[in-house]
Design a protein around this ligand. Sequence first.
Ligand code: GLN
Length: 305
Amino acid sequence: MEKLLDNIIQTNRKYVEEGEVASYIPELKKGNKNDLGVYVTTLNGEEFSAGDYETRFTIQSISKVISLIIAIMDNGEDYVFSKVGVEHTADAFNSITNLETKNLHRPSNPMINAGAIAIVSLIKGREPDEVFERILNFTRKITGNDNININREAYISEKATGDRNRSLAYFMKSTGVITNDVEKVLDVYFKQCSMEVTCKDISRIGAFLANDGVIPLTGEKVIPRETARIVKAIMTTCGMYDASGEFAVNIGMPAKSGVGGGIMAVAPEKMGIGVVGPSLDKKGNSIAGIKVLADLSKELELSIF
Ligand code: GLN
C-alpha cells in the first residue's frame, strides 16, 4: 500500500504546476504550492502515508461536514433541512446569485458557504465561544488528536477580509434563514475554517464516516448510522461544489474539499483518505489532490458506483 501511495504521489506531482494557492484569504498565500501528500486510515486501524503528509494546513470547508453533523444532532434533520436545502448547485462555493434566485432564499446545500454559515447558526451554545468549543472538541474526538487548534493568523486574516461571507450572512438574516447575531455566527464560522490539521487528521474523519459514525480506533459510536448516511450523501452530491458531478464520475467517493488544499474522502466500509495539495484549480479544489484520489480509486476500486 505504501508503495502504491508513493507511486501515485510521484506520478501526480507535476499537476501542482497547473494550479495556484488560494489568495483571497491573504494568509493562505503562505501555503506551499509544491506540497502533495496522502494519508489512508483503514477501518481495521492500519495507516499508510506518502509524500508531504506532514504538511499542516487549515481545514477550511472540510469543517462544514463537522458542523453539519453537530447541527443535525442538536436539531434533528427535518429542522436543519427546512433551513438549508440538499440540492447540488452549479454555482461557485461563495456564490451570491444562487442565494437570491434559488430555493426561496434558502441556501441550496450545507457544503457551499451560505449553507454552512446557516448551519453554524443552528448549533446550540450560550455564547459563540461555547459553540466553537463544541466544534473543536468534536473534531478532536473523531480525529483522536487533542492538539488540534485554530491557526490564529488564518482566523484573523479571514475575519478581516471575509466580506463576501458577511454579505451572504446578512442577506440570510434579512430573509429569516439566520435568526441570531450575524457577526457572532460568522466568528464561529471563521474559527471552524481555521482549525489546523494534517491529512492524517482528515483521513480519520473519513474513516469515522466510512465506519458509519463509529471511531475505528476506539469502537466508540459517536453519531447514529443514519446521520452518517445523510452526511455522506450530501458530500457525494455537493462536497466538491460545482465539480461534484465530474468527481462522482471519475472518483466516485463521498468527499469534501477545502481551500487550504485538503480533500477528505470516504470509501464506505473500507477507509478514510486525506489528501493535501494547496495548489488549487479554478473551482477551489486541490488540483493534484483530485488526481491522486482518481488514481487511488482506480487502483483499489473504491468507487461506490
Ligand atoms: N473559509 C473559506 C471561505 O469561507 C472556506 C471556503 C472553502 O474552503 N471552499 O471562503
